[in-house]
Every structure is written in structure tokens, then in C-alpha cells.
Design a protein around this ligand. Structure first.
Ligand code: SAM
Length: 313
């Protein structure tokens, strides 16, 4: 289950958000910590074993460690993870670990500060790197680095990312750029996972497959390296058949697919005296409407509302 705790972000990644003009959700629409913990509990009681905090940028939500601790208490069987850009992690790693957060997916699209700034539209590489070091030192595992590969921007960096898996058990994953919402055209920057893999092998790395862990990535290891290298090929080889992701937006919609619609608003039940059973029924109804697979993304546009940052990526 992926819980978006805010639609706000401190970066403006070119594939995720427009440079300006995106309106934030009104404060009263955003779920409180108590409301989020209640919904998480409904999922947990029905077998959800893994919860991931996302955003927008989750660390931009004030007091996030308190929410993590609340969910730790309400959902004792679930392992807790977060997807973050790591920019504020240096100052929060300690508190998040103490609250019970276990694993981190950190978005990092470039190892070069200039390219980083071109992609994220913010000159914050040093803070991000400090956040990654803090995450490693504090012992968050698994520690994954997610890199969206963009032609002419960072596609030549794939071998340098693979090098990061040599001495540390860091899992580097290369994501295909996905057309989405307001950024709906399949941009010329799109690079297929197959092409990224060829580039890695052409740089001299031999890739041996590792067992599939049930997630969206197919992974390999360079023999002798500590970490793994994964490809997330949502466009060229979609994985809808094995996708078990459930999504809660910051304003309380349960969404059954990244390309799904915002039509299951849980707020009226949460704020109007609905029971946990009624919340579960609303979720089940929406889940039953999940399509077998989202339409072909290689064709470019699927009309969805909003941006990736508003649904949680
Ligand atoms: N701010 C956090 C972060 O940077 O990880 C969490 C939210 S972000 C929307 C979650 C993930 O979605 C990031 O790894 C980001 O790279 C990915 N993402 C956003 N837009 C994307 C797109 N168009 N195609 C592929 N991945 C995308």
C-alpha cells in the first residue's frame, strides 16, 4: 500500500511536475495523521503487509516521524518504507528510524550536480547526496536508488550508477519514463529498459539474473558486487498482471492503479461517521473495478487527472 502524505514537493522533476502553475491541495482536503492511520489500519487488518510513504515529497510533511510511529503502532505486522528524494533526509533519518521506518527508495537521477539540477530544476545535489549517506549510515535496508533514464540528459550515466552497487548493498533501479497526466506525451527523452541494459553491458558489466522479489523490477547482479541492478519497464513491458499496489492519495482517494481514476473518496466516510467496515467495502468496490491492464503506454497519452506527484508516483 502506498500512502501519499502530501502533494507538495521541494523539487520540480521535469518528468513529474510542471515548472510552475501547479496548485496545491487545500489544507482541509489533506488527510490528518489520525485519518491516514485509520485507513492504514483497515488495510492492515485485511492483510496488507507493506506500507510505503510517498508524496509529493513525504519528508516535506511536518512531523512525519510521528505519523510513522502511529502507523507502526496501529499496523504492527506491516513493514514500513518510504520513497523520497532524500533532500531533507540528513536531518530526519534518525527520527524516522526510531519511529520504525525500515527501508528507503531514494530517487536520484544523476550523479552530476549540473545534470541533477537540469532534471530536478533545483540545485540541490549536495543535500540529496548527504541524505543518501545518512540513510546508508543509519542502516535503512533495503536501500534502493531509483533513476528515471532520460535520453540526452542522464542515459550515459547508467554504468556509473551500476558502479555504486560494487561495495555497498544498494539496489539501483532504472525506470522508464512514463507518460502521465499533464506531462502526457511520450517525450523524446524516453529510453527503453532494454536499451539501458545494453548500455550497461557494453560498458563491460556482466549481469546475472537474481530471483524476482514480487516487485515491479526485474533485477540482476554483477558477479561479486554487493548490490543489485533493476529495470522497471512500465512502458515497454508492463507488469500489470503481477502488480499488487494499492494507492491512497493525500486527499483521501483510494486509487486502484497508477493510471486509475480518483473516484473513490474515503473522506465522506472518514468524516461522516462511517465504520471501518464501510470503508473496507468502498475500497473493495473500487478494487473490483480494477482493469486487467492499463492501456498501451507506447502510444503516449492516456488521459489521467493531475500529475505523478499528486498520486504518489
Ligand atoms: N518525492 C518522492 C521521490 O522523489 O521519490 C516521492 C514521490 S515521486 C512522484 C515517486 C517516484 O515517481 C520517483 O522515483 C519518481 O522518479 C517517479 N516518477 C515520477 N514521474 C515519473 C514518470 N513520468 N515516469 C517514471 N517515473 C516517474
Amino acid at each position: 500500500m502506498r500512502i501519499s502524505v502530501t502533494d507538495r514537493c521541494n523539487l520540480r522533476c521535469r518528468y513529474c511536475m510542471p515548472e510552475e502553475g501547479l496548485e496545491w491541495l487545500p489544507r482541509e482536503e489533506i488527510l490528518s495523521f489520525e485519518e491516514i492511520a485509520r485507513i492504514a489500519g483497515v488495510f492492515h487488518d485485511r492483510g496488507v503487509a507493506k506500507i510505503r510513504f510517498t508524496g509529493g515529497e513525504p519528508t516535506a510533511r511536518r512531523d512525519l516521524p510521528r505519523l510513522v510511529a502511529m502507523i507502526r503502532e496501529r499496523c504492527p505486522e506491516a513493514s514500513l518504507h518510504m520513497t523520497t528524494n532524500a533532500l531533507l533526509l540528513g536531518g530526519q533519518a534518525e527520527a524516522l528510524a526510531a519511529a520504525g521506518l525500515k527501508g528507503l527508495n531514494i530517487s536520484l537521477d544523476s550523479l552530476d550536480p549540473v545534470t541533477f539540477a537540469r532534471i530536478t530544476r533545483r540545485d540541490r545535489f549536495a543535500d540529496t547526496w548527504a541524505g543518501i549517506e545518512a540513510a546508508w549510515e543509519r542502516g535503512f535496508r533495503p536501500l534502493k536508488l531509483n533513476c528515471v533514464v532520460l535520453r540526452g540528459l542522464n542515459d550515459d550515466e547508467a554504468p556509473a550508477f551500476v558502479e555504486l552497487t560494487r561495495d555497498r548493498a544498494i539496489d539501483v533501479r532504472f525506470l522508464e519514463y512514463m507518460p502521465y497526466g499533464a506531462l502526457n506525451e511520450l517525450q523524446p527523452e524516453y529510453v527503453s529498459g532494454d536499451e539501458t541494459r545494453e548500455r550497461i553491458e557494453a560498458a563491460g558489466f556482466r549481469l546475472e539474473p537474481v530471483d524476482w522479489d514480487g516487485g515491479p523490477a526485474r533485477s540482476w547482479r554483477v558477479p561479486g558486487f554487493q548490490g543489485t541492478v533493476g529495470l522497471i519497464t512500465a512502458v515497454s513491458h508492463h507488469f500489470c498482471g503481477s502488480c499488487d499496489r494499492l494507492r491512497l492519495t493525500a486527499d483521501g482517494f483510494f486509487v486502484n492503479c497508477l493510471y486509475g481514476e480518483k473516484r473513490c473518496d474515503l473522506k465522506p466516510l472518514l468524516r461522516g461517521g462511517g465504520s471501518d467496515e464501510e470503508i473496507a467495502e468502498a475500497i473493495q468496490l473500487e478494487l473490483d473495478r480494477k482493469w486487467e491492464a492499463h492501456p498501451d503506454l507506447t502510444a503516449g497519452a492516456i488521459p489521467v487527472l493531475g500529475t505523478m506527484s499528486q498520486i504518489g508516483g
